[in-house]
Design a binder for this molecule. Structure first.
Ligand SMILES: CC(C)(COP(=O)(O)OP(=O)(O)OC[C@H]1O[C@@H](n2cnc3c(N)ncnc32)[C@H](O)[C@@H]1OP(=O)(O)O)[C@@H](O)C(=O)NCCC(=O)NCCS
Length: 140
C-alpha cells in the first residue's frame, strides 16, 4: 500500500467506483450520477486513495453550527481493518467541530461506531422510502 492520499472534494472522482463499492459492501447504491449529486450537495466529503485506487469515502450533511449527519462511509473490502474507516469518520467529524453527530449504522457495524464514541439512540426514528425493505434488513 502506497502512502494514502486524502481528498476533501469531488474533483475527478469516478462515481461508478463509488456505486460499485457501496454495492460490494452491501450498502444502498444508486446510478453513479445520483451519487455525484449527493456528494456535491453534501457539507463535506472525503475520499481516500491508494495511488489511483479509491479505497474509501464518506460524506457529511450539516448546518455547520450544531447538527451533522454522517452518510455513505465505506471502505473497499480489500482495505478494511487498516484504520481507514476510523480515519474517514474522524476527518468528517473534524469538518464540523461543535456539532452533534448522528448516523445509522449498517446492522452488525455498531461496534465500529461505538469505538468512535457513538451511542445508540433511544428515540431515533426514520421514514424510509422502502420501509418494508429497511425493516427486513434490520434497520427498524
Ligand atoms: C465499517 C467500516 C467502514 C469500517 O472500516 P475499516 O477501515 O474496516 O475499520 P478500521 O480499520 O478503521 O477500524 C477501526 C476500529 O473499529 C473496529 N472495527 C471495524 N469494523 C468493526 C466491526 N464490524 N465490528 C466491530 N469493530 C469493528 C476495528 O477493530 C478498529 O478497532 P481498534 O481502533 O480498536 O483497532 C468498513 O468495514 C466498511 O466499509 N464496511 C462495510 C460498509 C459499512 O458497513 N459501512 C458503515 C455503514 S454505516
Amino acid at each position: 500500500m502506497e502512502q494514502l492520499r486524502i481528498q476533501h472534494d469531488t474533483a475527478g472522482v469516478d462515481w461508478k467506483t463509488v456505486a460499485d463499492t457501496l454495492r460490494d459492501v452491501r450498502m444502498g447504491y444508486y446510478a453513479p450520477d445520483k451519487h455525484n449529486r449527493a456528494f456535491d450537495n453534501s457539507y463535506a466529503v472525503i475520499f481516500v486513495f491508494d495511488g489511483a485506487v479509491m479505497v474509501g469515502f464518506g460524506r457529511i450533511l450539516s448546518d455547520g453550527e450544531y447538527q451533522s449527519a454522517i452518510y455513505d462511509v465505506a471502505v473497499n473490502p480489500d482495505y478494511q481493518g487498516r484504520g481507514i474507516g476510523k480515519m474517514i469518520v474522524c476527518e468528517l467529524m473534524n469538518t464540523t467541530p461543535g456539532c452533534n453527530f448522528i448516523l445509522y449504522s449498517s446492522p452488525g457495524k455498531e461496534c465500529f461506531y461505538e469505538k468512535l464514541g457513538f451511542r445508540k439512540m433511544k428515540t431515533g426514528m426514520a421514514a424510509y422510502l422502502s420501509s418494508e425493505t429497511m425493516q427486513k434488513k434490520g434497520f427498524t
